[in-house]
Design a protein around this ligand. Structure first.
Ligand code: URP
Ligand code: ZN
Ligand code: ZN
Length: 474
């Protein structure tokens, strides 16, 4: 059925204005004043922002990791994402040495088909760039619509790849229109520091942070950026946490290299002291890279504002405290790495960013939706409200006040890392390709309605327009 959204304030990465939005056949058909259609349902958006649905470029649903499996699958995770104003997510498909990329993608399709309530795509891990893998990459780009490839520079003996693999992935990506993503930490040195800490009897969660110092994130980020420059390729650094890494990205970008960066809400609002919480509570805050000294928060906000970092991912990787985080009770290195953030990414950035005057409303949309669509080949189908775009739309109440809590969240996990945080702003109604997923804060969607998205090739030209300083604070 057709829908008309009336009386709301439309916000995109570039504009803020009042108009009606006509939705038909999953798409935005037109935007204008006083649109009427007797066959359309009218949605009154008085007092709400009408925003493009969020795009979360970094999730780990139903993923085996750390000797266990993340608690949110494509159904529970996507329902929570939708409650939080996200209408698209891109999940990391893990691969195995010696097995084809195709088999890994088949596994991820089996996990997600008939489950997701919003649209989703995949990034694909490259753990070893052997001849078969390098031959398969172009086919995956052309036929499967997977155009982003993730190389882990950490998690030695588990996910970590060597520099030869990183470099060959960069070269192949450049030749065929892919974007290489890195988890940038020096895994070899972390391995040494972790073993040393454990030998010395230091087993508490805080040693997770102390054995992964920011210098090792800065070093790996700089190494990846330099290899990218040498390969004349393109790089996206996931979950940037600290000054040392921001400086490396800024340096590469200032030299004109195609290097992009993401940070996550957790690094903007939490700090390393959370890992010191007594009674093993610190384990709730164990993920990688670790939380940093609070002085880094201002640096990350400035990097978002200045355009040195382009996106906000959730790095949603949920493990229960009971039974999962507890695996590391006597050894911090056995605590499964990850935290639950898919539901809060959008609203935390609005509350802490826009409401506190750190970023403009346009920048907020750019960071939470538009830039991810552009980087990962989904724009303008996703990431904006424009005629012809998918009608992925959030009606957002900018004045609703609430407290984040495990008691009210929708993620399938037994704690919230943001428990008790007061925030302003809340998604009220969420449409995915014109259908209600959330209506008046209630889930009304259907598992399986979310479609797999084939991403287009990386296109640097689509990004340049937004690479400028944000100076418009509302
Ligand atoms: O600790 C984290 N971030 N877990 C998920 C895997 C990754 O490194 O992104
Ligand atoms: Zn990572
Ligand atoms: Zn991650």
């Amino acid at each position: 059925m057709k829908k008309i959204i009336k009386n709301g304030t439309i916000v995109t990465a570039t504009d803020i204005y009042t108009a009606d939005v006509l939705i038909e056949d999953e798409k935005v058909q037109s935007i204008g004043q006083n649109i009427s259609d007797i066959y359309a349902e009218v949605i009154d958006a008085s007092g709400y922002y009408v925003m493009p649905g969020g795009i979360d470029p970094h999730t780990h649903m139903d993923m085996p990791f750390g000797g266990t499996v993340t608690t949110d699958d494509f159904e529970t995770g996507s329902i929570a994402a939708a409650h939080g104003g996200t209408t698209t997510f891109i999940d990391f498909c893990l691969t195995e040495k010696g097995k084809s990329l195709k088999s890994a993608l088949e596994k991820w399709h089996a996990k997600s088909a008939d489950k997701a309530v919003i649209d989703y795509g995949f990034h694909l891990q490259i753990v070893e760039a052997n001849e078969d893998v390098l031959r398969e990459m172009p086919r995956v780009i052309e036929e499967e619509g997977v155009t982003s490839f993730k190389v882990f520079m950490a998690y030695k003996d588990v996910l970590q790849a060597d520099d030869e693999t990183l470099f060959q992935t960069l070269v192949t990506a450049r030749e065929h229109g892919g974007l290489v993503m890195v988890h940038a930490e020096n895994g070899d040195v972390i391995n040494y520091l972790t073993n040393k800490a454990l030998e010395e009897g230091n087993t508490d969660p805080i040693y997770h942070a102390l054995t992964r110092p920011p210098e090792l994130e800065g070093e790996a980020t700089g190494r990846a950026a330099k290899l990218t420059a040498l390969a004349d390729s393109q790089l996206y650094v996931v979950h940037v946490t600290c000054q040392e890494a921001v400086e490396q990205i800024a340096e590469a970008r200032n030299k004109g290299f195609r290097v992009y960066g993401e940070t996550c809400p957790q690094y903007l609002v939490l700090d390393q002291t959370y890992l010191e919480r007594p009674g093993f509570e610190g384990a709730k805050f164990v993920w990688s890279p670790p939380l940093r000294h609070s002085s880094n928060q201002e640096i990350l906000w400035n990097a978002l504002k200045s355009g040195q970092l382009q996106t906000i991912g959730s790095d949603h990787c949920s493990f229960n405290f009971k039974g999962q985080k507890e695996l590391g009770k006597d050894d911090f290195s056995k605590i499964p790495n990850g935290g639950p953030f898919v539901e809060d990414r959008f609203s935390v950035l609005f509350s802490e960013g826009v409401k506190k005057g750190r970023i403009s409303l346009n920048k907020f949309i750019d960071l939470t939706s538009t830039q991810a669509a552009k980087l990962f080949g989904l724009f303008p189908q996703k990431g904006t409200i424009a005629p012809g775009s998918d009608a992925d739309i959030v009606l957002f109440d900018p004045n609703a006040e609430r407290t984040i809590s495990v008691d009210t969240h929708h993620m399938n996990v037994d704690y919230s890392a943001l428990e008790g945080m007061r925030i302003i702003g809340e998604p009220v109604t969420v449409l995915s390709r014109g259908d209600y997923v959330i209506k008046d804060k209630q889930f009304v969607g259907k598992p399986g309605n979310g479609k797999y998205l084939k991403c287009n090739k990386f296109n640097h030209n689509s990004l340049q327009e937004n690479e400028k300083e944000d100076d418009l604070v509302h």
